[in-house]
Design a binder for this molecule. Structure first.
Ligand SMILES: [Zn+2]
Length: 625
């Protein structure tokens, strides 16, 4: 889950067959796990990708023009001129949430142009925010009102999403803010539109200045996400009172608070037999299960210590402290995880997925409901095999069933009447170190995976290790919102984050980057990095043809000269620019980096704040001796 490199093998498998609904998926996951070699021959089908992408691109453009992108009423064109002052009119009964949401809007405008957003005085443009409960759940409507614009939300989140749409369709220049012409109503299809931040390994979420992470949460929310999941990974710490644990909790709390401040729900991922680094030796798992990642401090719930306390007592003790800590932020979800990391293979616990996990999970679920009133308990099925799933499903449908939601990735495992959510991997697939080569674009892959489960799924929590997969995250947000084709989403992203003048050219570059997404390797790449050998999925990867890499790099250089300064210097553009640079130069050099490539790696390290990151996340600049 919360990660270990070995699951990369499994995820790669998903990229090809994507074994949706296949009954043996669970079994395959385990077989792959045992085989530490990733099967690079089973990577994705380029020809099919190109065909899909081209079709999607052509169809997306036509559809967008003809229908508008979302649901009803779209496409009305409204002539508008630029304004130097935008007056936002809050509803008479405004609240803190709307004020914070207004702050997000103002910051986005201020970043892009000299227009001032105010709630006072006269202005050539007014944007009225209203609440209209008649709009479908979390939906929004943008309409004209008295020469200005009205953004109505079914609730505050709807207002936030409506402002997101207005921001993305508007234009920005030195003359000011020119409001977008999109008019219509849009209501999300799926209720659980989440993102999981893997807050560990000294990645961006773990190390960046907290304001950067908080702003990023709000920027993702503008695209329609409604839930943020995080993990308080105890194995880093010697108990709740460890000062390092306290400092980490403070950071995690601040990230979760940023989500709550703009109306998002939050949730915690937990391991059913979670433990700190200093867990009592006599309670530790004796017969480990090593399915995915593994921590030696894991505790067997069935053991009893010298003081008469059981492993279960220990687990409920440490999770109880965690639930008390997060309670003021009223989390909506507690997700209970079986393997990777977690599990116990002792006589009393095995098979963990349908036995120890179900029993321990019931106690953890009860504790969560007691300490966090109203919380929904999500049972993860990560790394369960089919037999375990059958046993777990049987236990869950009885009177002692404890899951409100089932998390199932890569297959449709669903309990009657209960929502099912996914956990798609968008961070580790096909690139190592993760994010090491700049922007990672896996939007078409995400859409293919979504196609296989969307009829049964209520949404998902893409797995994120950083900001380098921003484009894929955004594609996922819109798949959950309206099954919107990535071709449309990415075009809107380009217009908003880069430039509306270069949408076609940059969309073509994005397609090239996804097509040429693959492992790269040179012998000195990870020299001096402390990584277990079986964690290195790219070892020995051969250079690939990378068609179009030169054209993509030429386009990016050309556009770079024409971009407004705010965009040109933004991290979103720089990671995109550097990816095109690296693809082209590595291709030209037969796969070996030159000095310019090393500069690019260094810049990526600065952007991610990855100076001290785990080698799996640190762009592969040569290490200083
Ligand atoms: Zn056990």
């Amino acid at each position: 889950m919360p990660t270990r490199a070995r699951s990369i093998c499994f995820q790669q498998d998903l990229s090809t067959g994507y074994a949706i609904g296949k009954p043996d998926t669970g079994r395959r996951m385990i077989r792959w796990e045992k085989n530490s070699m990733c099967n690079s021959s089973k990577r994705f089908d380029r020809r099919r990708f190109l065909k899909d992408s081209l079709l999607a691109g052509a169809a997306g453009g036509i559809l967008a023009a003809a229908l508008g992108s979302h649901s009803s009423l779209a496409g009305e064109q409204v002539a508008a001129s630029s304004a130097k002052v935008v007056r936002v009119v809050l509803p008479p009964k405004s609240n803190d949430l709307l004020e914070k949401i207004l702050g997000v809007f103002s910051r986005q405008v201020a970043k892009r142009c000299p227009a001032r957003v105010t709630t006072q005085g006269e202005a050539p443009l007014t944007v009225a925010l209203t609440l209209d409960p008649a709009i479908g759940s979390e939906g929004f409507r943008i309409s004209g009102r008295g020469g200005g614009i009205e953004v109505a939300g079914q609730n505050e989140l709807g207002v936030l999403y409506g402002l997101g749409k207005l921001l993305r369709t508007s234009r920005y220049s030195q003359e000011g803010f020119t409001p977008g012409s999109w008019r219509g109503q849009s209501v999300p299809q799926k209720p659980i539109r989440g993102i999981y931040f893997a807050t560990h390994f000294h990645n961006f979420y773990h190390e960046a200045p907290i304001e950067e992470v908080q702003h990023y949460v709000a920027e993702l929310a503008l695209w329609g996400f409604n839930t943020l999941l995080v993990w308080y990974d105890m194995h880093h710490f010697d108990g709740f009172d460890d000062p390092k644990a306290a400092a980490f909790r403070k950071r995690l709390y601040a990230i979760c608070k940023a989500a709550r401040d703009v109306g998002l729900e939050i949730g915690l991922i937990t391991i059913a037999n979670e433990a700190y680094n200093n867990s009592p030796a006599e309670l530790r798992v004796g017969a480990d299960v090593h399915r995915g990642g593994w921590y030696d401090c894991a505790v067997c719930p069935e053991k009893t210590g010298r003081d008469g306390r059981s492993g279960l007592d220990y687990i409920l003790g440490v999770l109880g402290e965690e639930f008390d800590w997060i309670a003021p932020l009223r989390p909506k979800y507690v997700v209970i995880w079986p393997y990777d990391q977690g599990g116990c293979g002792c006589e009393k616990c095995r098979p963990w997925g349908s036995n120890g996990f179900v029993r321990t999970g019931a106690k953890v679920a009860g504790l969560a409901r007691k300490k966090l009133p109203g919380v929904k308990v999500v049972a993860s099925t990560w790394y369960l095999n089919r037999e375990e799933w059958a046993g777990m499903a049987k236990a869950m449908t009885g009177k002692d069933g404890w899951a409100d939601v089932i998390l199932s990735e890569g297959h449709i495992w669903k309990l009657d009447g209960r929502p099912m959510v996914g956990f798609p991997e968008i961070s580790m697939h096909g690139m190592f170190p993760w994010g090491g080569f700049g922007a990672s674009v896996l939007a078409a892959r995400a859409a293919r995976q979504w196609d296989g489960v969307k009829a049964a799924s209520d949404g998902g929590f893409p797995y994120s290790e950083g900001i380098y997969e921003d484009i894929t995250k955004v594609a996922c947000s819109q798949l959950y919102w309206s099954d919107r084709p990535p071709a449309e989403t990415l075009r809107e992203y380009i217009a908003y984050e880069y430039s509306p003048e270069h949408v076609d050219a940059l969309y073509k570059v994005m397609m090239t980057l996804e097509q040429n997404h693959h492992f790269r390797w040179w012998p000195e790449q990870l020299a001096g990095a402390d990584i277990p050998a079986h964690w290195i999925p790219n070892r020995g990867a051969k250079p690939q043809p990378d068609p179009g890499a030169e054209d993509a790099w030429a386009t990016v250089q050309q556009v770079d000269k024409a971009l407004p300064q705010w965009s040109r210097s933004s991290w979103r553009w720089r990671v995109f620019y550097l990816r095109a640079l690296l693809d082209a130069r590595l291709k030209a050099n037969g796969g070996t980096p030159d000095a310019r490539c090393n500069e690019a790696f260094e810049e990526l390290i600065r952007i991610y704040h990855a100076q001290g990151a785990n080698p799996v996340l640190r762009p592969p600049a040569p290490r200083k001796k």
